[in-house]
Design a protein around this ligand. Structure first.
Ligand SMILES: Nc1ncnc2c1ncn2[C@@H]1O[C@H](COP(=O)(O)OP(=O)(O)OP(=O)(O)O)[C@@H](O)[C@H]1O
Ligand SMILES: [Mg+2]
Length: 308
C-alpha cells in the first residue's frame, strides 16, 4: 500500500488510507503510530501497522443496483455511478447480468467471464482477480456473459453465496463494488443480494409500477430475514425524470416502501449516445456526469450515516 522507503505526510497517508485527515490523525494518535507527533510517517511503519489492522479500513461498500423490472436504468446507473465514484475512489463494477450490457460497452466477446469464477455445479473456478479488466482509471470491471443465465437452480446451500464467496478475496481492494443486477427475481438476484451490503433501486419515472416495487420489497425482506441481515435498502433513484409535475405523487407512492434519493437522474440523450458509441460518459457529456456525481455524493452521505 505504502512504499517502504518513502516518508508520508499525514495528508498523504490519510488519502491512501481513504480516511479523512482528522479520522486518520485521531487513529494515529490513539495507536501511537511512530511519527504521529510530527505528522510524518515512514512507509514501512505504516505498512506494518496497517497489515494488522487493515480489514477495518479497506472493506468496501458493496451496492447492488437492482429492480426486477427491465429497462429501469440499472445498467445506466451502475455504469455512471461507478464512473463518478471512480473520480475519487477505487471502484469495481460487477456485471451480474447474463445480458452483459455493461461488459459489451467496454470489452470484446469471448473473454473469461464471471461464470468461470463461481464453481457452480462442480465447474472449475478461477479467482475473480484473474478475469477483472481495468476500463478507466480507478475503475475495474468483472465481465459477464450469457453463460451466467445457467445459474438458475440451487443444488447446494452454497449456491446462494457464490458471488459473495468469489468477491471475498478482492473486497478489500476496492472502496465501492457496484453490482449491476439482471431484471429477474431468481437465483442470480439472490446471489447479488446476499453478496451486497446495500441495495439501490432505479425506477423509471414514466413507466412506474407500484406492484413491481412491492414485489422487490418483499424479496428484500425475505433475503434480509433468511440470508443477509446486513442488507440495507438505501433507496430508490428516480431515472429518466422529465418534469416536476409527476414527481411528488410518484415519490409519495414509492416512499410507502422505500426511501427515495433526493437526486433524480434526468432523461438525457447523451446517455444512450454514450452507450451506442461505447464510450464513457465524461467523453460525451460532462454535464450529465455531474448528475451522477451528485448521486455519488448523496450516496456517500447516506453511507456515512449508516456507518455511525
Ligand atoms: N436517464 C436516461 N436518459 C435517457 N436514456 C436513458 C436514461 N436511463 C436509461 N436510459 C436508456 O434506457 C434504456 C434502458 O436503460 P438500462 O439498460 O440502463 O436499463 P436496465 O434496467 O439495466 O435494463 P435491463 O433490465 O434490461 O437490464 C437504455 O437504452 C438506456 O440508454
Ligand atoms: Mg441492465
Amino acid at each position: 500500500m505504502f512504499e517502504d522507503n518513502l516518508d508520508y505526510s499525514s495528508e498523504e497517508a490519510a488519502r491512501i488510507m481513504r480516511q479523512d485527515l482528522k479520522a486518520f490523525l485521531d487513529h494515529a494518535k490513539e495507536f501511537k503510530i511512530p511519527g504521529f507527533k510530527v505528522g510524518k510517517f515512514k512507509g514501512s511503519v505504516l505498512n506494518k501497522y496497517y497489515e494488522v489492522h487493515s480489514s477495518e479500513y479497506f472493506d468496501s461498500h458493496v451496492i447492488a443496483i437492482s429492480n426486477q423490472k427491465g429497462g429501469e436504468g440499472k445498467t445506466t446507473i451502475s455504469l455512471y455511478l461507478s464512473e463518478a465514484l471512480a473520480l475519487e475512489h477505487r471502484v469495481l463494477l460487477v456485471d451480474w447480468d447474463p445480458q452483459a450490457n455493461a461488459t459489451q460497452l467496454f470489452l470484446k466477446n469471448d473473454i473469461p467471464s464471471v461464470m468461470d469464477c463461481l464453481g457452480y455445479r462442480g465447474r472449475k473456478s478461477k479467482p475473480l482477480k484473474d478475469i477483472i479488466k481495468n476500463v478507466l482509471p480507478n475503475l475495474d470491471i468483472v465481465p459477464s456473459s450469457l453463460e451466467l443465465a445457467n445459474l438458475t437452480t440451487p443444488y447446494e446451500r452454497d449456491d446462494f453465496e457464490l458471488l459473495k464467496e468469489s468477491l471475498l478475496p478482492i473486497r478489500s481492494e476496492y472502496e465501492y463494488i457496484i453490482i449491476d443486477c439482471p431484471p429477474s427475481l431468481g437465483l442470480i438476484l439472490e446471489n447479488a443480494l446476499i453478496a451486497a451490503d446495500y441495495i439501490l433501486v432505479p425506477i423509471q419515472t414514466r413507466a412506474f409500477s407500484l406492484q413491481g416495487i412491492k414485489d422487490l420489497y418483499e424479496t428484500i425482506l425475505k433475503i434480509q430475514k433468511k440470508a443477509n441481515q446486513r442488507l440495507t435498502l438505501l433507496g430508490a433513484v428516480l431515472n429518466q425524470y422529465e418534469s416536476q409535475k409527476a414527481l411528488t405523487g410518484l415519490a409519495e407512492g414509492i416512499k410507502k416502501y422505500f426511501p427515495v434519493f433526493e437526486t433524480v437522474i434526468a432523461r438525457r440523450e447523451s446517455i444512450p449516445q454514450a452507450q451506442a458509441k461505447m464510450t464513457h460518459l465524461a467523453k460525451i457529456d460532462n454535464a450529465t456526469l455531474k448528475n451522477f456525481k451528485d448521486l455519488a455524493n448523496e450516496l456517500k452521505e447516506k453511507l456515512n450515516v449508516e456507518k455511525k
